[in-house]
Design a protein around this ligand. Structure first.
Ligand SMILES: [Zn+2]
Length: 377
C-alpha cells in the first residue's frame, strides 16, 4: 500500500456518499476497515441496520495489558446537502486556498481520518501495554442512533480509560459538551364542528397552557463555570387539520440543553410534574451531557501535549453540540473524554463545507502522542 496521508484519506472518505438518511455508511466503513486490518487491527462489526454498520477496530497490546484501552471515535454519516446549490463538488474534496471542500470535510471525515492516521502510527509502536480502539459509528447525526444500538452489546465495546471524539473543534481540546433532551409534548382534545366549539375540547388551548408554563422555565441550577447554563427552546408547534374543526391533537417540540449537575431523566420528571398528567411526553432524543474535570490528570496531560504541539496553553472550553460520547462514555466505564478534531465548528452542516487543511497534521500529532503515552503503560 502506498503511504497514506491524512488529507488523501479525508478526500477518499468524502468520496463515499454517506448522507443520512439513508446513510449507507457500509462502503466507507469497509474501506477504513481494510486499511486498519492491514496494519494489524482486529475488526469487529455491529450491524445496526442494513448497510449501516458500526465499526470497532482494536489494536491489541503486544505485552501484558497494564491499563484499559484508549479509544478514538467518530461518525461516518453526514447531513444532507441542503437546498442551496454548492459551488464545489461536495464529494470531490478539492483543495483551494488551503481549504478542502466537501460534505463531511469538517463534520467529521477529517476527524475520522485523523483517528485512522494516529491508529496507523500507533500500530508501528513495537511495545504496546494497552489496546487502542477505533470506533466509527453510523447514524450519529440523527441522535447517536448507531452507538445507542451498539451500547446494547457491551461485549463489543468493552471499557476504556480515555476516549477521544474527533468532532470539529478547530483543534481546540474541549472537556465536554452539553446534553440534549428533545421532547414532544402531546395534547389530546375532542374534535367538533367549528361552529359548535362548546361540543369539543380544543387541544391547541392545552398546548398553549404548556407553552406558557415553560416560558421562562427555571432549571433551578447555577450556570456552570465552564459549560454555562441549561436552556429550553420551543422549536415546533403543530395542530389543527382545518379551520372549521376543533383540533383534537396538538404537539409542541421542546429542545432542552442540559449542563453539568443535571440529569436528563430528572429534567423529564420535573417537566412531567409541572405540565400535569394530561400532557403526554414523548422523548425524541436523550443525550446526557459529557464532562471531564479540567484538573483530571489525563486531561492535564492532554493540555500539556496540545501546548507542546501548538506552542500555547489551550483555553478550557466545551462544545455546544452533542456527540456519540453521550452514549460511549457511560457505556465504556466513564473514561476521561476529550472532544477535539481538525474540522471547523462553524462549517458543520454548511453549504460549501470545508476544513482548513493545515489543521490535519497537528491534530494527528496530538492524537498520536496521546496514544503513545497511553500504550507506554
Ligand atoms: Zn458530527
Amino acid at each position: 500500500m502506498t503511504e497514506l496521508n491524512g488529507l488523501d484519506l479525508t478526500r477518499n472518505l468524502i468520496a463515499f456518499d454517506t448522507i443520512s438518511p439513508p446513510g449507507n455508511e457500509a462502503d466507507c466503513a469497509r474501506y477504513i476497515a481494510g486499511i486498519l486490518e492491514q496494519a494489524g487491527f482486529r475488526i469487529a462489526w455491529h450491524d445496526w441496520q442494513p448497510n449501516r454498520p458500526n465499526l470497532i477496530a482494536t489494536l491489541p497490546a503486544t505485552e501484558a495489558v497494564e491499563r484499559d484501552a484508549i479509544v478514538y471515535s467518530g461518525h461516518l454519516d453526514t447531513v444532507p446537502l441542503g437546498q442551496a446549490e454548492w459551488s464545489e463538488d461536495p464529494f470531490a474534496g478539492a483543495i483551494r486556498d488551503g481549504r478542502m471542500y466537501g460534505r463531511g470535510t469538517s463534520d467529521m471525515k477529517s476527524g475520522v481520518a485523523a483517528c485512522v492516521m494516529a491508529g496507523l502510527a500507533l500500530a508501528q509502536e513495537p511495545v504496546r501495554r494497552a489496546e487502542v480502539k477505533l470506533i466509527f459509528s453510523a447514524g450519529e447525526e440523527t441522535g447517536c442512533e448507531g452507538v445507542l444500538a451498539l451500547a446494547s452489546q457491551p461485549e463489543l465495546l468493552g471499557t476504556c480509560e480515555a476516549l477521544i471524539v474527533a468532532e470539529p473543534t478547530d483543534n481546540r481540546p474541549f472537556v465536554g459538551h452539553k446534553g440534549a433532551l428533545w421532547l414532544s409534548l402531546v395534547h389530546h382534545g375532542v374534535t367538533a364542528h367549528g361552529s359548535m366549539p362548546e361540543r369539543g375540547r380544543n387541544a391547541i388551548f392545552a398546548a398553549c397552557r404548556s407553552i406558557e408554563t415553560l416560558r421562562g422555565f427555571d432549571f433551578r441550577i447555577d450556570s456552570h463555570a465552564v459549560m454555562g447554563g441549561a436552556s429550553l427552546n420551543i422549536g415546533t408547534m403543530s395542530a389543527g387539520m382545518n379551520v372549521n374543526s376543533v383540533p383534537d391533537l396538538a404537539c409542541v417540540g421542546v429542545d432542552i440543553r442540559s449542563t453539568v449537575g443535571q440529569s436528563n431523566a430528572l429534567i423529564k420528571e420535573q417537566l412531567a410534574s409541572l405540565l400535569g398528567e394530561d400532557v403526554e411526553i414523548e422523548t425524541l432524543a436523550d443525550m446526557d451531557h459529557v464532562y471531564t474535570e479540567p484538573e483530571n490528570p489525563w486531561m492535564q496531560g492532554v493540555f500539556g501535549v496540545v501546548e507542546d504541539v501548538f506552542g500555547q496553553r489551550p483555553e478550557i472550553g466545551t462544545a455546544t453540540y452533542f456527540t456519540d460520547a453521550s452514549v460511549l462514555k457511560p457505556a465504556m466505564g466513564n473514561p476521561a473524554t476529550l472532544v477535539m478534531g481538525p474540522g471547523a465548528m462553524a462549517m458543520a452542516h454548511q453549504t460549501d463545507e470545508y476544513f482548513d487543511v493545515a489543521m490535519m497534521e497537528p491534530c494527528v500529532e496530538v492524537f498520536t502522542r496521546l496514544g503513545r503515552h497511553h500504550i507506554a503503560g
